[in-house]
Ligand binder design. Sequence first.
Ligand SMILES: Nc1ncnc2c1ncn2[C@@H]1O[C@H](COP(=O)(O)OP(=O)(O)O)[C@@H](O)[C@H]1O
Ligand SMILES: [Mg+2]
Length: 253
Amino acid sequence: MPIPLLEIRDLHVAVGEKEIIRGIDLTIERGTVHALMGPNGSGKSTLSLALMGHPKYTVTIGDMLFEGRSILDMKTEERSLAGMFLCFQYPSAVPGVSVANFLRNTLMARHKGQAPLKPARFKQLLEESIAKLKMDPSVLGRYVNDGFSGGEKKRLEILQALVLQPTLSILDETDSGLDIDALRIIAQGIEAQRGPERAILLITHYQRVLNYVKPDVVHVMLHGRIVKQGGFELAQELEARGYDPLIKQLVEA
Ligand SMILES: Nc1ncnc2c1ncn2[C@@H]1O[C@H](COP(=O)(O)OP(=O)(O)O)[C@@H](O)[C@H]1O
Ligand SMILES: [Mg+2]
């Protein structure tokens, strides 16, 4: 058996005194797309932030292994350099830093110690990625997320992922608030990240995006636990009937 890309073992995460993630096991193999669904407040964003090592989110029990190695004592930057990447649900602005410089810096940090990417190659990678996402090239000169619309912010997150080519992309509600055309483009950007060595954890409240990016496994999260797993049909069932029947079933059990 090859070592899984990501292995989460009995993970418990607290914010202050409050336990939010209450025992999660999740294994992600290379080459797969996993969807993590669940109603608002179930702990999806908390899990993604804990994975990236946000200082506010304390792991109280359990472990997280990336490529077979515990990441618990790695800083966010180290996790990112190791190949993990998080698209935030609420990206923040970075005034004074242009998109082009931002991407160049993150890419340089990621390839620290290796031969630097040739400027011409970087330019080509940027242009290809921008075209894929049907973005206006003038975005490169703008400050990161400064005055960006919701949809533009989401595209920039995917643009980062396309340029950085992380081994594990964690996409937190990158599909929310998009109209159907933007959704399709974002979905193509997500699809472009598939590869035999890579994996995607696609966090979403709605099933919509999964019509374009077919997940191999669907997990449903409720009150800080994964309560159900299945294939694409599970996402379809949730779309048709909502989360209530599942919640009811669990309460009665
Ligand atoms: N930084 C925080 N401070 C206090 N409570 C938080 C914080 N982050 C998350 N929570 C709480 O954790 C629960 C799960 O939130 P969240 O992970 O954002 O859920 P989801 O992404 O599934 O909507 C909520 O009750 C939320 O209020
Ligand atoms: Mg969230």
